[in-house]
Design a protein around this ligand. Structure first.
Ligand code: HAM
Length: 414
Protein backbone atom coordinates (compact mmCIF):
# COMPACT_ATOMS: atom_id res chain seq x y z
CA UNK A 1 0.00 0.00 0.00
CA UNK A 2 1.35 3.41 -1.02
CA UNK A 3 0.14 6.71 0.37
CA UNK A 4 0.11 10.25 -0.92
CA UNK A 5 0.11 13.61 0.74
CA UNK A 6 -3.51 14.83 1.19
CA UNK A 7 -4.87 17.07 -1.56
CA UNK A 8 -3.99 20.73 -1.22
CA UNK A 9 -1.24 20.20 1.34
CA UNK A 10 2.03 21.87 0.51
CA UNK A 11 5.13 20.21 1.92
CA UNK A 12 8.68 21.51 1.99
CA UNK A 13 11.34 18.87 1.57
CA UNK A 14 15.11 19.17 1.20
CA UNK A 15 16.76 20.82 -0.59
CA UNK A 16 13.97 23.42 -1.21
CA UNK A 17 13.01 23.42 2.47
CA UNK A 18 16.16 25.47 3.12
CA UNK A 19 14.54 28.41 1.28
CA UNK A 20 11.33 28.01 3.24
CA UNK A 21 13.31 27.98 6.47
CA UNK A 22 15.19 31.12 5.47
CA UNK A 23 12.02 33.03 4.52
CA UNK A 24 10.30 32.05 7.75
CA UNK A 25 13.32 33.14 9.77
CA UNK A 26 13.45 36.54 8.02
CA UNK A 27 9.75 37.06 8.69
CA UNK A 28 10.20 36.34 12.40
CA UNK A 29 13.37 38.31 12.93
CA UNK A 30 12.00 41.91 13.05
CA UNK A 31 9.34 40.86 15.59
CA UNK A 32 11.98 39.41 17.91
CA UNK A 33 14.01 42.61 17.74
CA UNK A 34 10.89 44.59 18.65
CA UNK A 35 10.37 42.59 21.84
CA UNK A 36 7.61 40.27 20.61
CA UNK A 37 7.81 36.89 22.32
CA UNK A 38 7.02 33.42 21.05
CA UNK A 39 3.57 32.00 21.64
CA UNK A 40 3.00 28.36 20.71
CA UNK A 41 -0.71 27.64 20.97
CA UNK A 42 -3.06 24.72 20.29
CA UNK A 43 -3.30 23.55 16.70
CA UNK A 44 -6.91 22.48 17.32
CA UNK A 45 -9.42 24.41 19.39
CA UNK A 46 -13.00 24.29 20.55
CA UNK A 47 -15.00 24.97 17.36
CA UNK A 48 -16.96 27.71 19.14
CA UNK A 49 -13.79 29.80 19.47
CA UNK A 50 -13.74 30.32 15.71
CA UNK A 51 -17.49 30.69 15.16
CA UNK A 52 -17.58 33.42 17.86
CA UNK A 53 -14.18 34.93 17.21
CA UNK A 54 -13.82 34.88 13.43
CA UNK A 55 -17.54 35.13 12.66
CA UNK A 56 -20.20 32.88 11.17
CA UNK A 57 -20.69 34.94 8.03
CA UNK A 58 -17.08 34.50 6.93
CA UNK A 59 -16.03 31.96 4.30
CA UNK A 60 -13.39 30.72 6.70
CA UNK A 61 -16.01 29.66 9.27
CA UNK A 62 -18.96 28.81 7.04
CA UNK A 63 -17.15 26.80 4.37
CA UNK A 64 -13.53 26.14 5.15
CA UNK A 65 -13.09 24.72 8.62
CA UNK A 66 -11.74 21.25 9.30
CA UNK A 67 -14.09 20.30 12.11
CA UNK A 68 -14.28 16.93 13.82
CA UNK A 69 -15.65 15.41 16.99
CA UNK A 70 -13.22 13.78 19.36
CA UNK A 71 -13.77 10.56 21.29
CA UNK A 72 -15.68 12.43 23.99
CA UNK A 73 -17.99 14.02 21.41
CA UNK A 74 -16.45 17.49 21.65
CA UNK A 75 -16.49 19.57 18.49
CA UNK A 76 -12.92 20.60 17.63
CA UNK A 77 -11.50 22.48 14.67
CA UNK A 78 -8.01 22.66 13.17
CA UNK A 79 -7.01 26.32 13.49
CA UNK A 80 -7.84 28.27 10.31
CA UNK A 81 -6.06 31.37 11.66
CA UNK A 82 -4.04 32.44 14.67
CA UNK A 83 -5.60 35.46 16.32
CA UNK A 84 -8.55 33.76 18.06
CA UNK A 85 -6.29 31.11 19.61
CA UNK A 86 -3.76 33.68 20.81
CA UNK A 87 -6.57 35.67 22.38
CA UNK A 88 -7.99 32.57 24.06
CA UNK A 89 -4.57 31.72 25.48
CA UNK A 90 -3.94 35.28 26.69
CA UNK A 91 -7.29 35.37 28.51
CA UNK A 92 -6.85 31.88 29.92
CA UNK A 93 -3.33 32.50 31.21
CA UNK A 94 -4.03 36.01 32.49
CA UNK A 95 -1.15 37.49 30.50
CA UNK A 96 -3.37 40.52 29.97
CA UNK A 97 -3.21 41.25 33.72
CA UNK A 98 0.51 41.95 33.48
CA UNK A 99 2.57 44.38 31.45
CA UNK A 100 0.76 45.81 28.44
CA UNK A 101 0.80 45.58 25.53
CA UNK A 102 1.31 41.83 25.42
CA UNK A 103 3.47 41.44 22.32
CA UNK A 104 3.69 37.95 20.83
CA UNK A 105 4.69 36.24 17.59
CA UNK A 106 3.82 32.80 16.29
CA UNK A 107 4.69 30.59 13.37
CA UNK A 108 3.05 27.41 12.24
CA UNK A 109 0.58 25.54 10.06
CA UNK A 110 -3.02 26.67 9.54
CA UNK A 111 -5.83 24.81 7.83
CA UNK A 112 -8.58 25.89 5.47
CA UNK A 113 -10.61 23.62 3.20
CA UNK A 114 -10.21 25.89 0.17
CA UNK A 115 -10.11 24.89 -3.47
CA UNK A 116 -6.37 24.32 -3.99
CA UNK A 117 -4.53 26.36 -6.59
CA UNK A 118 -1.15 28.04 -6.96
CA UNK A 119 -0.48 29.82 -3.65
CA UNK A 120 -3.66 28.55 -2.02
CA UNK A 121 -3.33 25.45 0.09
CA UNK A 122 -5.35 23.52 2.64
CA UNK A 123 -2.40 23.42 5.00
CA UNK A 124 -0.39 26.61 4.81
CA UNK A 125 2.07 28.48 6.97
CA UNK A 126 1.87 31.85 8.66
CA UNK A 127 4.19 33.97 10.70
CA UNK A 128 2.04 36.30 12.78
CA UNK A 129 2.31 38.94 15.47
CA UNK A 130 -0.25 40.28 17.91
CA UNK A 131 0.07 43.31 20.21
CA UNK A 132 -2.71 43.16 22.75
CA UNK A 133 -3.78 45.84 25.20
CA UNK A 134 -2.76 49.15 23.70
CA UNK A 135 -4.65 51.84 21.80
CA UNK A 136 -1.68 53.95 20.77
CA UNK A 137 -1.79 54.45 16.98
CA UNK A 138 2.00 54.06 17.07
CA UNK A 139 1.47 50.37 17.83
CA UNK A 140 -0.38 50.09 14.51
CA UNK A 141 2.58 51.82 12.90
CA UNK A 142 5.04 49.47 14.59
CA UNK A 143 3.12 46.37 13.53
CA UNK A 144 2.95 47.42 9.88
CA UNK A 145 6.61 48.43 9.96
CA UNK A 146 7.65 44.96 11.16
CA UNK A 147 6.18 43.33 8.08
CA UNK A 148 7.71 45.94 5.81
CA UNK A 149 11.09 45.43 7.48
CA UNK A 150 10.82 41.67 6.96
CA UNK A 151 9.95 42.07 3.28
CA UNK A 152 12.85 44.46 2.87
CA UNK A 153 15.30 42.03 4.47
CA UNK A 154 14.25 39.47 1.86
CA UNK A 155 14.72 41.99 -0.95
CA UNK A 156 11.03 42.05 -1.96
CA UNK A 157 10.05 45.14 -3.94
CA UNK A 158 7.07 44.44 -6.15
CA UNK A 159 4.33 44.71 -3.54
CA UNK A 160 2.17 47.40 -1.98
CA UNK A 161 0.80 48.15 1.46
CA UNK A 162 -2.95 48.79 1.30
CA UNK A 163 -4.67 50.32 4.28
CA UNK A 164 -8.14 51.29 5.37
CA UNK A 165 -10.01 52.06 8.56
CA UNK A 166 -13.11 50.17 9.63
CA UNK A 167 -13.63 52.73 12.38
CA UNK A 168 -15.18 52.36 15.81
CA UNK A 169 -18.61 50.99 16.66
CA UNK A 170 -20.62 54.14 15.83
CA UNK A 171 -18.76 54.49 12.50
CA UNK A 172 -19.55 50.92 11.58
CA UNK A 173 -23.19 51.20 12.65
CA UNK A 174 -23.74 54.28 10.49
CA UNK A 175 -22.00 52.63 7.56
CA UNK A 176 -23.92 49.40 8.04
CA UNK A 177 -27.22 51.23 7.86
CA UNK A 178 -26.26 52.96 4.61
CA UNK A 179 -24.87 49.74 3.17
CA UNK A 180 -27.99 47.72 4.03
CA UNK A 181 -30.24 50.21 2.26
CA UNK A 182 -27.88 50.22 -0.73
CA UNK A 183 -27.90 46.41 -0.87
CA UNK A 184 -31.71 46.37 -0.82
CA UNK A 185 -31.70 48.20 -4.13
CA UNK A 186 -29.51 45.70 -5.98
CA UNK A 187 -30.27 42.19 -7.07
CA UNK A 188 -28.33 39.61 -5.05
CA UNK A 189 -28.65 35.84 -5.00
CA UNK A 190 -30.20 34.19 -1.97
CA UNK A 191 -26.97 32.97 -0.36
CA UNK A 192 -25.40 36.42 -0.62
CA UNK A 193 -28.52 38.06 0.82
CA UNK A 194 -28.33 35.67 3.76
CA UNK A 195 -24.68 36.52 4.37
CA UNK A 196 -25.46 40.20 4.14
CA UNK A 197 -28.02 39.76 6.91
CA UNK A 198 -25.36 38.45 9.30
CA UNK A 199 -22.69 40.92 8.20
CA UNK A 200 -23.25 43.20 5.17
CA UNK A 201 -19.50 43.98 5.06
CA UNK A 202 -18.94 40.43 3.84
CA UNK A 203 -20.60 41.32 0.53
CA UNK A 204 -17.94 43.99 0.01
CA UNK A 205 -15.30 41.27 0.29
CA UNK A 206 -16.95 39.16 -2.44
CA UNK A 207 -14.44 38.51 -5.22
CA UNK A 208 -16.96 37.62 -7.99
CA UNK A 209 -16.70 40.17 -10.85
CA UNK A 210 -20.52 40.62 -11.14
CA UNK A 211 -20.76 41.45 -7.42
CA UNK A 212 -17.78 43.80 -7.62
CA UNK A 213 -19.48 45.59 -10.52
CA UNK A 214 -22.82 45.82 -8.70
CA UNK A 215 -21.08 47.30 -5.66
CA UNK A 216 -19.11 49.92 -7.55
CA UNK A 217 -21.00 52.77 -5.89
CA UNK A 218 -21.58 51.12 -2.52
CA UNK A 219 -21.05 53.42 0.46
CA UNK A 220 -17.51 53.16 1.84
CA UNK A 221 -16.79 53.23 5.54
CA UNK A 222 -14.25 56.06 5.32
CA UNK A 223 -17.20 58.41 4.68
CA UNK A 224 -18.80 57.36 7.96
CA UNK A 225 -15.85 57.57 10.36
CA UNK A 226 -16.56 59.44 13.58
CA UNK A 227 -14.25 62.29 14.50
CA UNK A 228 -12.28 60.04 16.88
CA UNK A 229 -11.93 57.23 14.38
CA UNK A 230 -10.83 59.66 11.72
CA UNK A 231 -8.19 61.23 13.97
CA UNK A 232 -6.89 57.81 14.87
CA UNK A 233 -6.65 56.82 11.22
CA UNK A 234 -4.85 60.06 10.35
CA UNK A 235 -2.36 59.43 13.18
CA UNK A 236 -1.57 55.98 11.79
CA UNK A 237 -1.07 57.34 8.28
CA UNK A 238 1.15 60.15 9.60
CA UNK A 239 3.20 57.62 11.54
CA UNK A 240 3.74 55.49 8.45
CA UNK A 241 4.68 58.52 6.38
CA UNK A 242 7.18 59.58 9.05
CA UNK A 243 8.88 56.21 8.72
CA UNK A 244 8.96 56.51 4.96
CA UNK A 245 6.57 53.57 4.55
CA UNK A 246 4.62 53.96 1.33
CA UNK A 247 0.99 52.86 1.41
CA UNK A 248 -2.11 53.01 -0.72
CA UNK A 249 -5.52 53.73 0.75
CA UNK A 250 -8.09 51.18 -0.31
CA UNK A 251 -11.50 52.27 1.03
CA UNK A 252 -12.97 48.93 -0.09
CA UNK A 253 -10.57 46.83 1.96
CA UNK A 254 -12.68 45.00 4.56
CA UNK A 255 -10.70 41.72 5.03
CA UNK A 256 -12.22 38.27 5.29
CA UNK A 257 -12.58 37.91 9.06
CA UNK A 258 -15.24 39.59 11.19
CA UNK A 259 -13.19 40.90 14.11
CA UNK A 260 -11.58 43.92 12.46
CA UNK A 261 -12.04 47.53 13.60
CA UNK A 262 -10.07 50.74 12.88
CA UNK A 263 -6.79 50.11 11.03
CA UNK A 264 -6.88 47.24 8.54
CA UNK A 265 -4.17 46.48 6.03
CA UNK A 266 -3.05 44.03 3.41
CA UNK A 267 0.27 43.38 1.66
CA UNK A 268 -0.46 42.71 -1.99
CA UNK A 269 2.17 41.31 -4.32
CA UNK A 270 1.95 42.15 -8.01
CA UNK A 271 3.42 38.98 -9.48
CA UNK A 272 1.29 36.31 -7.82
CA UNK A 273 -1.91 36.38 -9.87
CA UNK A 274 -5.13 35.60 -8.01
CA UNK A 275 -3.53 34.74 -4.66
CA UNK A 276 -1.76 38.06 -4.33
CA UNK A 277 -2.26 38.62 -0.60
CA UNK A 278 1.08 37.85 1.01
CA UNK A 279 -0.16 39.03 4.39
CA UNK A 280 -2.74 41.08 6.16
CA UNK A 281 -4.12 42.13 9.47
CA UNK A 282 -5.60 44.91 11.51
CA UNK A 283 -6.96 46.08 14.81
CA UNK A 284 -9.64 44.14 16.66
CA UNK A 285 -11.37 46.10 19.42
CA UNK A 286 -14.03 43.94 21.03
CA UNK A 287 -12.59 40.53 20.20
CA UNK A 288 -11.21 39.89 23.67
CA UNK A 289 -14.50 40.82 25.29
CA UNK A 290 -16.41 38.63 22.88
CA UNK A 291 -14.23 35.70 23.92
CA UNK A 292 -14.96 36.25 27.60
CA UNK A 293 -12.03 38.48 28.51
CA UNK A 294 -11.73 42.07 29.57
CA UNK A 295 -12.22 44.90 27.13
CA UNK A 296 -8.79 45.39 25.57
CA UNK A 297 -7.92 46.32 22.05
CA UNK A 298 -5.29 44.60 19.93
CA UNK A 299 -3.69 44.56 16.52
CA UNK A 300 -1.72 42.04 14.52
CA UNK A 301 -1.08 40.38 11.21
CA UNK A 302 -0.57 37.03 9.58
CA UNK A 303 1.93 36.70 6.76
CA UNK A 304 1.67 33.72 4.43
CA UNK A 305 5.10 32.10 4.37
CA UNK A 306 4.20 29.99 1.32
CA UNK A 307 3.18 33.07 -0.64
CA UNK A 308 6.19 35.14 0.42
CA UNK A 309 8.39 32.31 -0.82
CA UNK A 310 6.51 32.33 -4.16
CA UNK A 311 6.86 36.14 -4.29
CA UNK A 312 10.63 35.87 -3.81
CA UNK A 313 10.78 33.34 -6.64
CA UNK A 314 8.61 35.55 -8.85
CA UNK A 315 10.97 38.47 -8.26
CA UNK A 316 13.97 36.27 -9.02
CA UNK A 317 15.44 36.80 -5.56
CA UNK A 318 18.39 34.56 -4.93
CA UNK A 319 17.79 33.21 -1.45
CA UNK A 320 21.04 32.03 0.04
CA UNK A 321 20.18 29.57 2.75
CA UNK A 322 22.27 29.68 5.90
CA UNK A 323 22.25 25.92 5.84
CA UNK A 324 25.42 25.28 3.86
CA UNK A 325 27.41 22.49 5.33
CA UNK A 326 30.86 23.63 6.38
CA UNK A 327 32.75 20.32 6.47
CA UNK A 328 32.22 16.78 5.23
CA UNK A 329 34.43 14.02 6.58
CA UNK A 330 35.27 10.82 4.76
CA UNK A 331 36.66 8.37 7.33
CA UNK A 332 38.50 5.26 6.12
CA UNK A 333 38.30 2.27 8.45
CA UNK A 334 36.75 1.56 11.82
CA UNK A 335 39.20 3.60 13.92
CA UNK A 336 38.81 6.63 11.66
CA UNK A 337 35.02 6.36 11.83
CA UNK A 338 35.08 6.47 15.63
CA UNK A 339 37.52 9.34 15.52
CA UNK A 340 35.37 11.21 12.97
CA UNK A 341 32.11 11.08 14.94
CA UNK A 342 33.95 12.45 17.97
CA UNK A 343 35.52 15.22 15.91
CA UNK A 344 32.09 16.12 14.47
CA UNK A 345 30.56 16.38 17.92
CA UNK A 346 33.38 18.65 19.00
CA UNK A 347 32.99 20.90 15.94
CA UNK A 348 29.19 21.04 16.33
CA UNK A 349 29.66 22.14 19.93
CA UNK A 350 31.50 25.10 18.47
CA UNK A 351 28.61 25.91 16.17
CA UNK A 352 30.04 24.39 13.02
CA UNK A 353 27.71 22.58 10.64
CA UNK A 354 29.35 19.31 9.63
CA UNK A 355 28.60 15.76 8.59
CA UNK A 356 30.35 12.58 7.51
CA UNK A 357 29.96 9.54 5.28
CA UNK A 358 28.27 6.90 7.40
CA UNK A 359 28.51 3.16 6.82
CA UNK A 360 31.39 1.10 5.49
CA UNK A 361 31.49 2.73 2.09
CA UNK A 362 34.34 2.69 -0.35
CA UNK A 363 36.35 5.87 -0.87
CA UNK A 364 34.72 6.55 -4.25
CA UNK A 365 31.14 6.37 -3.00
CA UNK A 366 31.96 8.42 0.08
CA UNK A 367 33.64 11.13 -2.01
CA UNK A 368 30.56 11.26 -4.21
CA UNK A 369 28.33 11.79 -1.17
CA UNK A 370 30.69 14.54 -0.08
CA UNK A 371 30.25 16.22 -3.44
CA UNK A 372 26.48 15.97 -3.25
CA UNK A 373 26.35 17.24 0.33
CA UNK A 374 27.12 20.77 -0.86
CA UNK A 375 29.78 21.12 1.87
CA UNK A 376 32.29 23.91 1.57
CA UNK A 377 35.22 21.70 2.65
CA UNK A 378 35.94 17.99 2.59
CA UNK A 379 38.58 15.99 4.46
CA UNK A 380 39.55 12.34 4.19
CA UNK A 381 40.54 10.78 7.51
CA UNK A 382 42.62 7.59 7.45
CA UNK A 383 45.22 6.01 9.71
CA UNK A 384 47.92 8.42 8.51
CA UNK A 385 45.90 11.51 9.28
CA UNK A 386 45.01 10.30 12.74
CA UNK A 387 48.56 9.30 13.67
CA UNK A 388 50.10 12.49 12.27
CA UNK A 389 47.28 14.70 13.63
CA UNK A 390 47.20 16.51 10.32
CA UNK A 391 44.66 16.33 7.43
CA UNK A 392 44.33 17.74 3.96
CA UNK A 393 41.26 19.91 3.71
CA UNK A 394 39.86 20.43 0.26
CA UNK A 395 37.98 23.58 -0.72
CA UNK A 396 35.25 22.05 -2.86
CA UNK A 397 34.52 24.94 -5.19
CA UNK A 398 38.07 25.37 -6.53
CA UNK A 399 39.78 22.16 -5.42
CA UNK A 400 42.48 23.99 -3.44
CA UNK A 401 43.98 21.85 -0.68
CA UNK A 402 45.36 23.04 2.66
CA UNK A 403 47.04 20.96 5.32
CA UNK A 404 45.50 21.65 8.75
CA UNK A 405 46.21 20.24 12.21
CA UNK A 406 43.19 18.25 13.44
CA UNK A 407 43.16 20.26 16.67
CA UNK A 408 42.93 23.46 14.65
CA UNK A 409 40.15 22.53 12.24
CA UNK A 410 37.54 24.60 14.07
CA UNK A 411 39.68 27.73 13.86
CA UNK A 412 40.37 27.07 10.21
CA UNK A 413 36.66 26.68 9.40
CA UNK A 414 35.69 29.77 11.32
P1 HAM B 1 -5.76 36.20 6.65
O1 HAM B 1 -5.76 37.35 5.75
O2 HAM B 1 -6.92 35.29 6.61
O3 HAM B 1 -5.57 36.77 8.11
O4 HAM B 1 -4.46 35.35 6.39
C1 HAM B 1 -3.19 35.95 6.43
C2 HAM B 1 -2.33 35.46 5.29
O5 HAM B 1 -2.24 34.04 5.28
C3 HAM B 1 -2.89 35.79 3.90
O6 HAM B 1 -2.58 37.11 3.52
C4 HAM B 1 -2.16 34.77 3.03
O7 HAM B 1 -0.86 35.23 2.72
C5 HAM B 1 -2.05 33.58 3.95
N1 HAM B 1 -3.09 32.58 3.62
C6 HAM B 1 -4.39 32.57 4.00
N2 HAM B 1 -5.03 31.51 3.49
C7 HAM B 1 -4.12 30.82 2.76
C8 HAM B 1 -4.17 29.60 1.98
N3 HAM B 1 -5.28 28.89 1.88
N4 HAM B 1 -3.03 29.21 1.36
C9 HAM B 1 -1.88 29.93 1.47
N5 HAM B 1 -1.78 31.06 2.19
C10 HAM B 1 -2.89 31.51 2.83
C11 HAM B 1 -5.49 36.04 9.25
O8 HAM B 1 -5.35 34.85 9.26
C12 HAM B 1 -5.48 36.88 10.50
N6 HAM B 1 -5.42 35.99 11.68
C13 HAM B 1 -4.34 37.86 10.50
C14 HAM B 1 -4.34 38.72 11.71
C15 HAM B 1 -3.56 38.60 12.81
N7 HAM B 1 -5.14 39.75 11.92
C16 HAM B 1 -4.89 40.26 13.12
N8 HAM B 1 -3.94 39.55 13.67
Amino acid sequence: MKFQVPKGVKEYLPPESANFELVREKLISPARLANYQLMETAVFEDTGLFTSGVGESTDVVSKEMYTFTDRADRSLTLRPEGTAGVMRAVIESGLDRGQLPVKVWYSGAFFRAERPQAGRYRQFYQVGVEAIGGDDPLIDVEVISLAVQAFKSLGLKDYEVQINSLGDKPSREAHREALVSFLKKIDLDEATTERAKINPLRVLDDKRPEIIAALKDAPVILDFLTKDAKERYEAVKDGLTNLGIKFIENPKLVRGLDYYTHTTFEFVHHKLGAQSGIGGGGRYDGLMEKLGGQSLSGIGYGIGVDRVLLACEAEGINLVPATQLSLYLVPLGEEARKFAIELLLNLRNQGIRCDMAFGERGLKGAMKSGDKSGAKYLAVLGEDEISSGQAEIKHMSDGAVVSVRLTEIADFLK
